[in-house]
Design a protein around this ligand. Structure first.
Ligand SMILES: Nc1ncnc2c1ncn2[C@@H]1O[C@H](COP(=O)(O)OP(=O)(O)O)[C@@H](O)[C@H]1O
Ligand SMILES: [Mg+2]
Length: 259
């Protein structure tokens, strides 16, 4: 728009911007809510698990997480894109686990198995009192879980924030990771400041579908990597720790079972 136009029509630029945003929003919705996903959503609505889809909390290439309001209040809905390329980036040991749970080849069934897996693992962690969103229900490519946030505003991921009390965070995270391995017998495998929310000053672990049992041959290496990476991050945030110190705090290396 020229300067003269801007002077003559001061609201026009705003309206154009509004329209552009609207277009983007519509594109986003079209991409997520293909026909079969809409059917899934409508079944979840009619069964009372969710209500309106309010807004996207986060979206990426492989899916998105939305806030919904339903009869029970806010919930988080994670929607995987059907026919996506997510499985290409999964490490072989995760694909092997998944292959045992579903027949490969059919994307739809594979995604269902993946979502079921995320639901099961969240449930196991929740039962072991690890701070994770409580899973409610899953259907095809959609997972409904507890909304982590305050007054309807989603909790931020650690990556997005300055950590106020890094030593307290270090101790609390170590408690969660210890519980995960000692009580739920699971190793997260993708632990990073992107997959930890900070809610009411406490860490909440998310994105757990790729977790593996602690007696898996790959578990010791993944556990060490998860803890050491986090140790590095905590030290950067000002906590008194180091990669090896944080691994120790989380229970130390996983040792092979004695015969
Ligand atoms: N239960 C939840 N409550 C609030 N926000 C959530 C919840 N689960 C996920 N999120 C948000 O959605 C984002 C993506 O979720 P995540 O499970 O990490 O999916 P992805 O596989 O795309 O990484 C997170 O970074 C977080 O901001
Ligand atoms: Mg994630």
């Amino acid at each position: 728009m020229s300067e003269a136009e801007e002077l003559l029509f001061p609201r026009r630029k705003e309206r154009m911007e509004d329209r552009r945003k609207e277009g983007q929003q519509r594109k986003l919705l079209d991409e997520f809510f293909d026909h079969s996903t809409l059917m899934v959503i409508s079944r979840l609505v009619s069964r009372g698990h969710i209500g309106t889809i309010d807004y996207p909390i986060a979206t990426g290439k492989e899916g998105g997480v939305f806030r919904t309001t339903g009869p029970e209040g806010f919930r988080a809905v994670k929607i995987y894109r059907v026919g996506n390329t997510m499985f290409r980036r999964l490490p072989p040991y995760v694909l092997e686990q998944l292959r045992r749970e579903a027949s490969l080849g059919n994307f739809g069934r594979l995604i269902s198995a993946w979502v079921r897996r995320e639901h099961t693992i969240l449930g196991r962690l929740h039962d072991a009192h690890v701070r994770v969103p409580d899973p409610f229900v899953h259907l095809r490519n959609v997972l409904v879980m507890e909304f982590i946030g305050t007054d309807g505003v989603a909790a931020p991921i650690l990556q997005q924030m300055a950590v106020g009390e890094p030593d307290a965070l270090r101790d609390e995270l170590a408690v969660q990771i210890r519980r995960m391995i000692a009580d739920a017998h699971l190793v997260h495998g993708d632990l990073s400041p992107y997959n930890v929310l900070l809610h009411e000053g406490q860490p909440v672990l998310i994105d757990v579908a790729q977790a593996i049992p602690s007696d898996h041959p790959q578990a010791p290496a993944l556990f060490a990597r998860d803890c050491q990476n986090f140790g590095k991050y905590l030290r950067k945030m000002g906590a008194e720790t180091s990669p090896d110190d944080f691994l120790e705090r989380c229970g130390g290396p996983i040792l092979p079972k004695e015969e």
